[in-house]
Design a protein around this ligand. Structure first.
Ligand code: HEC
Length: 183
């Protein structure tokens, strides 16, 4: 019992004095966590598209994308979100600072420049954030984010679930948004 108490004390103390992550560690962790999230969402999406088609997959995403994201965040001890300027889910709207980065990347694409794999930025509040571009890189993305016929059942389902949807009209290679990982 006493040993347990001493151990607990050390454990709590080590948490309190834990060294902040180095830049290298943040890059490594950010890359790891964002890859996990993309894989997790991608696998679910693929399964749902194959078994139920785009409308079922749409409903699955609207009900589970955020909780799957939270799960990855919890497991990694970070905060993660996906944001976009042309967002579908209002929760995923980019902030002012995030828009500035997305606009910068948008301009790079326009100039046929290659996007960085990630960007690490120290915010004015002292926190460092890892950003990773999300590009439309699969035909499957266009099913729900491309040109969708206005009178199709899918268009209706999108409109019902997301009356403010802005996330259609994308083409292959377009910047769709980014993953934001905060430490
Ligand atoms: C079955 C339809 C469907 C497909 C296919 C699909 N998405 Fe989405 N997407 C959604 C829905 C619904 C949301 C909103 C719910 C959420 O994920 O938070 C969304 C949201 C997003 C967001 C978050 C920003 C926002 O607009 O809310 C990104 C980024 C995104 N999708 C990228 C992609 C990419 C990249 C692909 C291809 C790999 C893809 N999506 C394929 C339906 C789809």
């Amino acid at each position: 019992m006493k040993r347990l108490a001493v151990f607990s004390l050390f454990f709590i103390a080590s948490l309190l004095i834990a060294e902040p992550l180095t830049q290298e560690q943040m890059i490594q962790k950010g890359t790891e966590v964002s890859t996990t999230l993309v894989q997790k969402l991608g696998n679910e999406l693929k399964t749902q598209m194959q078994t139920g088609g785009p409308i079922a997959a749409l409903h699955f995403c609207s009900q589970n994308a955020l909780s799957l994201t939270d799960q990855v965040a919890k497991e990694s001890g970070t905060a993660i979100k996906r944001v976009s300027i042309q967002n579908r889910n209002p929760v995923n709207a980019a902030t002012f600072e995030e828009k500035a980065i997305l606009n910068q990347w948008q301009a790079m694409l326009k100039n046929s420049e290659t996007l960085p794999a990630y960007q690490l930025t120290k915010l004015s509040n002292g926190h460092t954030v890892y950003y990773k571009p999300i590009v439309i890189n699969k035909d499957a993305c266009l099913k729900c984010h491309g040109d969708i016929a206005g009178d199709s059942p899918l268009a209706k389902a999108i409109k019902e679930t997301y009356p403010e949807d802005q996330a259609t009209g994308y083409k292959m290679g377009d910047l769709r948004g980014m993953i934001v990982v905060a430490f």
